[in-house]
Design a protein. Sequence first.
Length: 340
Amino acid sequence: MSTPSPYISCPDVRYYLKLNLTFIIKKSRSQFEVDATIVWSILMVAILTTNIVLMGVICSKPLLRTQNNILVGSLCLANILFCFFYIFPAKVILIGNSISPFTNIYCQLSHMVLQMAFFCCINFHICSISLDKLITVASPFWYDQHKKYKLIMFAVILFVCWVLPIFLAFLPFVIQWWRVCHYFCAISERKVNRILYLQIWHTFWSAFMFLLPTVITVIFYSRIFKIAKNHAERLRTESTPSSRYHAISRSKLKAAKTVAIIVGVYLLLQMPYHIFQTINILNRGLSRIVDRYHLREWLLFLASCNSVCSPIIYGLHDKYLRNALKHLGRRVVKQCKLSL
């Protein structure tokens, strides 16, 4: 007698095809899905354009390959991969059930693993950029004085930004909470304590993917602003010439605006989606009520807009990156005029 499986049984698309239920594979798109596909396609083009341009500018000019800009370039790479590995298959093509095991497995991973891994990767990059800016402001010569530690620190940062999110995203498969279904786009979960495992997992991801990097980023940027403020106050008490003091005051105001923009845009775009995800797993009844308005889809879209805004903010904030982008823009306009 065979031992019953501890997992929920996987549906088999081949069985439904034998019953001539072809809509399992060839599902017609609703009007909302058509509209959502168009909107996601526009967002994907915007993400690819802004991030490819910024990463290309950083890679093309050796003087721009500073520690901070390397992290910005890595962030751009994460945004580009987010488009190719998640947005394009899951939101534009609308990958679904198939007779191909690879397609079904990728369909499951795209919604349950890749989305979380890329969101976490992108948010950790933003957190790492704030750490680098804090080191630059608090101890400008730290990198020059500790070149060995600089390489170690960057290796750790890249590990935390890339490897750790991917590993944790696959953790439910490693500890055997989940398993993939080869012939249906649905993850098979353990029968015992299924709801509890889901609540633990999604609560952990909301804290690790959003809350942790958000708290760290806010602390780092608050510290940056406090250092700039104390520096300006110290110069004022030391009878600094008026012209220099006003210049420092303007610099302080610019730093405050930059901090407000970076943190404010990040929270505005990311927070609603992660609050909804927490409510969704803790109170499924409420989530079903609002789901009729496709709220989760639009909040996910809003959170994904951060992949457009973050490279624009970092590109415009850095004086050298901004000048390089202006120079590139003039060259493009000049080439267009010559071609006409």
